[in-house]
Design a protein around this ligand. Structure first.
Ligand code: KIV
Length: 265
């Protein structure tokens, strides 16, 4: 397998758009690989769409290691990127230790949220030889401080912060960055400014690639769908109907069996 940074940077250099999707378990990772996804993200969004938490702040290193191991078993050659969860990279030392745990679990690279404030952590992880991806814009792990999921890059101050954060993430040694809910024109500017690829989510078409939560794309989490997602399927509906038919058939079969037993007596 080509080392993750070379693979990722190569896609940008060849102007090949990067298609990334989340996969948190064996069958999903295997299906995504069969579909030709460029990178599988074991995102901490699993906290919401798999574990039923209200946001990502309840996700622990144990959850991430467990799901990274499962997804790693499902892919053979597709690069696996795993999230460092909330409060797992408070210092450069802690960041290296936890990044190494995710690599040991089967990830090829790790991702963390923030710009200038986490540049020392990015530098430390990259310096330890672990490929690292940044995450700017709306930061789900900060939702409790921010008070909601808000679009970034609407004011000149926010634009200045985003541009400075993008430079800091790149200079610290990240090999790519996610841009989540960034005003499209600003995402385009960051993409043009950076040598490393930008992967957008709700940030317009001009990033070097796109990422989505597979549950949103496939209609597997029907209770909430972000505004910027147009689901391509309705798998939750298919599962619900399949289970309903099974329940009906089982009940009917049980009734028939009871009646058959009674007539034998
Ligand atoms: O956790 C996740 O799935 C993510 C994506 C939303 C980029 O970080």
């Amino acid at each position: 397998m080509i080392p993750f940074p070379e693979f990722f940077l190569g896609l940008k250099q060849r102007r090949e758009k990067i298609a990334m999707l989340t996969g948190y378990d064996f069958p999903t990772a295997r299906l995504l690989e069969e579909a030709g996804v460029d990178v599988i993200l074991v995102g901490d969004s699993l906290g919401m769409v798999v574990l039923g938490f209200p946001d990502t702040t309840g996700v622990t290193m144990e959850h991430m290691v467990h799901h990274t191991r499962a997804a790693a078993r499902g892919r053979s050659h597709t690069p696996l990127l795993a999230d460092l969860p909330f409060a797992s990279y408070e210092s450069p030392e802690q960041a290296i230790e936890n990044a190494a745990r995710l690599i040991e679990a089967g990830a090829d690279a790790v991702k963390l949220e923030g710009g200038r404030s986490v540049a020392p952590q990015i530098r430390a992880i990259a310096g330890a030889g672990i490929p690292v991806v940044g995450h700017l814009g709306m930061l789900p792990q900060s939702v409790r401080i921010e008070g909601g999921y808000k679009i970034k890059g609407k004011t000149p101050e926010q634009v200045g912060d985003l541009l400075a954060d993008a430079s800091a993430v790149e200079d610290a040694g990240a090999c790519g960055m996610i841009l989540e809910l960034v005003v499209p024109a600003v995402a385009k500017q960051i993409t043009a400014q950076c040598r490393i690829p930008t992967i957008g989510i709700g940030s317009g078409p001009d990033c070097d690639g796109q990422v989505l939560v597979t549950h949103d794309l496939a209609g597997m989490f029907p209770w909430f769908t972000p505004k910027f997602v147009r689901p391509e399927a309705a798998l939750a509906q298919t599962l619900r109907e399949t289970a309903r038919r099974y329940v009906a058939n089982t009940k009917a079969g049980g009734l028939e069996r009871q009646q058959a037993q009674q007539s034998e007596q």
